[in-house]
Structures are given as structure tokens and as C-alpha cells.
Design a protein around this ligand. Sequence first.
Ligand code: B16
Ligand code: MG
Length: 210
Amino acid sequence: MKQGIIFDLDGVLLSTDEMHFAAWKSIADELGIPFGRTENNLLRGVSRMASLEIILGLGHMTLSEEEKQTLAERKNGRYVAFLQSLTPDVVTQEVRDTLTELHARGRKIAVGSSSKNAKLILRLTDLLKYFDAVSDGTNITRSKPDPEVFVKGAAFLGLAPDACAVVEDAVAGIDAANAGGFMSIGIGDAASYEKADAKITHIEELLNLI
Ligand code: B16
Ligand code: MG
């Protein structure tokens, strides 16, 4: 039994994937770099600047640090504008019931997200109240697949990594969980990743697993 469960945010508790896609696509279009949904999948779970590097790599393009900062900020401005349309309705009852039940069973739960906008998203969707801790892009220096975001999340809960499971939809996130010594649980895209310790289709399956 795991005492702590650390949830990735985007792609696990809700999805803002279309908003990331639209914002990154507008930047890629401006740069003349072909960018579709297949390319967008490469960015899942990856930090903002690392995502931009991937897009520039696809276009074999090199830019200065200053130009990269400008583009990353422009993308974020567009993404944050899209985020304003989020409401609590985007979170399913299944997600809310599962979080409530885990709490009732005495588990500690945290968010472990690469996003610097995680707390804004949690507030807009009324999810913040379910969590004992939030570890996100604002308290890390290394992006997934580095385990830092989950190691910090476990520390915020006062637990060791081997006492926690991580629920992730991204390959980079499963790699991060494994590297940090966590039990890794894949959902969505990561449910077909062979390195995930366990795989689920629906979040409520967690209640039978840990
Ligand atoms: P931001 P997660 C990740 O969130 C997204 O999956 C990824 O696509 C995004 O680039 C990253 O957050 C950084 O987001 O630009 O808002 O800081 O899946 O780790 O919850
Ligand atoms: Mg994710």
C-alpha cells in the first residue's frame, strides 16, 4: 500500500492539451515550422522552454536566448488567455470522487506538474481543495524526465519516494517517476508505455490498485 499519491495535472486530472496545441501552433506557424498533433505529443509533460527547443529542433532553427524568451512568453500569454475559459465543469465527477475517497482512506495526495500555471489551473477548476501539497514548475529547476518535481512533491507530503505512487500520462513523467524510485502508474498515452509499473484506463481504478 502506498501512503502518498502524486498526480500529474495536465492529461491526468483534466486536459488543456488543445490550448497548449493552439498556442504552440501559432508560434510554429509564425516561424514557418510545420507543427501538427503528432509533433504536439512530443511536448507532453515537458517544460515550456524544453518544448520550444523541441519545436525549434523540428525546424532546424537556432535562436538567441533573448529571442527564445520572447517566444516562450508569447506562447504563455496566448495559453493563459485560453485558460481563462476553464471552469470546474472540465473536471469529471470520477476524478473528484476518486480524490475524495483516497483522502477518506487516509492517503496523502499531491500534484506533481511541470506547469508554472498549475496553481492557476487548480484554482479555476476548484481542484486545489483536494490536495495536501502542490509541486509544480515554480519550485523546480529540472524538467521531467528528471524526478525533481515528484521528489519535491513527496517531501512536501513528508513521505519518501518509495512510499508514493505517481500517476502520469506522459512518457517523460513515467521515466521521471521510475528514476526517482516511485511506483509509476500510466494513464492515457502512458498506459501503453512498457516502463510503467502499472497501467490504468480510468482514474477510479486507482482505488483497487494502491
Ligand atoms: P507551462 P503537466 C505540463 O503539465 C504539460 O503537459 C506540458 O505540455 C507543458 O509544456 C508543461 O506543463 C509546462 O507548462 O508552460 O504552463 O509552464 O502534464 O506536467 O501537468
Ligand atoms: Mg501530463
